[in-house]
Write a new protein. Sequence first.
Length: 98
Amino acid sequence: MEKKAIKDEQQKIARYAKAMGHPVRMYVLELLSKQACCYSGDLSEELPIAKSTLSQHLKELKDAGLIQGEIESPRIKYCINRENWEDAQSLFKQFLGV
């Protein structure tokens, strides 16, 4: 039987941490956690970055499962993925001993 050194929880928290590892992404997460949803166009008006750069940050958060996007042509509506957001909070609390 092979012994697994890295636990699933460690992989998940590392993925969440990587996705959260940029101030723009933290801003987006904070904003979305306080409201139901937000359109990418609204975010690009608030942040002093190129739309393509914002798209890359949103993709990273989405790939990590922290946010979800819904196409409402021609815009995309982003929301926190509540289930994964709560999972991330729980994992970080366990890890930090809070």
